[in-house]
Design a protein around this ligand. Structure first.
Ligand code: NAD
Ligand code: DAU
Length: 353
């Protein structure tokens, strides 16, 4: 019998990571999936209840900023592939605490690259370091145009600057040491298990609880939304069929002004909750804008679609309905993640904003 390939997925207890872990565990019984996660406020093993007992899955609690720990782990387990998602991911938190983003997103990524370089030691056949990144590295767009793989980097927030830096290190390790790498830069994700600090799950939670819906500035900023399970299939496609050393943009071709999206969500939830149409919209409250708020993101996924044949499986309407249904059916998940530290976070970010 062929030996199982050992794939390390970092940040697998988080939002996107948990969908990637689930997909790989379920679709690839020939791989053993190691999920490495520090379990910060954003990491939650409840996200993986359905697969935690599978024989090809192991959870490892560890911190990617621990260089010695990463070297030991890679030496002990000898991974064939790495899919790196672990990161501090929330822009607002990066504005309050940039250094934490440097530590995890930059230093943590370099630690993993060093550990992979050490164990692979120039023997790169069948090896891959896949780095999951964001469209925010490209900066912001005006009313027109889309980001392509050749758009120059121009990050504007401490979060995007840290992700841009990590992308540059991944590229540099390819060019300097020959480590086989792939990078993808994706637009805004939405779906189940999304921590309610981000726009869509925060609004779903507040609508459910009839709390004010805090829209930054005038709500005119535009984001390009992709269903998280479609991001997981894109990562699978690129991991297996993408070209080494290349970057792929992933997006939903689905742009929404924040205010329009929040209104759409209000109407959908009024229907689901048996409320009168327009009831939840009354909760919309315009609050002080995010510092340095990027105006618009939009991704051109042409390369991924044409070269590798990937396409999203759901429309935004279908994906958002699935997402709302999941939150309504999993209110205990929301209660668990919004008790304790979340309350303090919410107070500091939103009260008197
Ligand atoms: P998330 O915040 O939900 O999850 C991050 C995970 O990383 C958590 O489980 C956390 O515990 C873990 N983690 C954090 N610091 C760690 C450390 N030092 N060591 C080990 N684990 C650590 O993030 P997400 O939204 O799922 O994003 C995952 C990745 O995808 C990130 O790299 C992010 O930059 C990128 N991305 C996110 C989006 C999006 O819309 N959410 C879009 C494009 C790219
Ligand atoms: O584009 C990809 C990026 O998308 C990822 O790399 C990040 O990890 C992810 O967090 C996301 O970043 P954004 O800053 O775009 O997402 P967020 O959900 O925080 O905000 C989406 C938009 O909604 C943004 O214009 C700010 C606005 N907003 C957000 C929150 C939390 C509000 O108006 N009110 C809010 O309460």
């Amino acid at each position: 019998m062929a030996e199982q390939k050992k794939i390390l997925i970092t940040g697998g207890a988080g939002f996107i990571g948990s969908h990637v872990v689930r997909r790989f565990v379920n679709h690839y019984p020939g791989y053993h999936i190691y999920n490495l996660d520090k379990l910060t406020y954003a990491g939650n093993l409840e996200n993986l209840k359905d697969i935690e007992d599978k024989p090809n899955y192991t959870f490892i609690k560890a911190d990617i900023t621990d260089a010695d720990g990463m070297n030991k782990l890679f030496t002990d387990l000898g991974f064939d592939g790495v899919i790196h998602l672990a990161a501090e991911s929330h822009v607002d938190r990066s504005i309050s605490n940039p250094l934490e983003f440097v530590m995890t997103n930059v230093l943590g990524t370099v630690n993993l690259l060093n550990a992979a370089r050490m164990i692979w030691n120039g023997q790169f056949a069948g090896k891959l370091f896949y780095h999951v990144s964001t469209d925010e590295v490209y900066g912001q767009l005006g009313e027109e145009g889309k980001f392509t793989e050749t758009t120059p980097y121009s990050p504007n927030s401490p979060y995007s600057a840290s992700k841009a830096s990590s992308d540059h290190f991944v590229r540099a390790y390819y060019h300097t040491y020959g480590i086989p790498v792939k990078i993808s830069n994706c637009s805004n994700n939405y779906g189940s298990h999304h921590f309610p600090e981000k726009l869509i799950p925060l609004m779903i939670n507040n609508i459910m609880n009839k709390k004010p819906l805090p829209v930054y500035g005038k709500g005119e900023n535009v984001r390009d939304w992709l269903f998280v399970e479609d991001h997981a299939t894109a990562i699978d496609t690129i991991y297996h069929n993408g070209h080494t050393g290349e970057t792929y943009n992933i997006g939903g071709n689905n742009e929404w002004k924040n205010i329009e999206l929040v209104k759409f969500l209000c109407r959908l939830m009024d229907r689901k909750l048996g409320r009168e149409e327009g009831e939840s919209e009354k909760l919309i409250t315009f609050v002080t804008d995010r510092a340095g708020h990027d105006f618009r993101y939009a991704i051109d996924s042409g390369k991924l679609m044409t070269e590798l044949g990937w396409k999203p499986s759901v429309t935004f309407e279908q994906g958002l309905e699935k997402t709302v249904d999941w939150y309504l059916a999993n209110q205990d998940w929301l209660e668990h993640v919004t008790s304790g530290a979340y309350q303090k976070y919410y107070q500091s970010m939103y009260v008197n904003r």
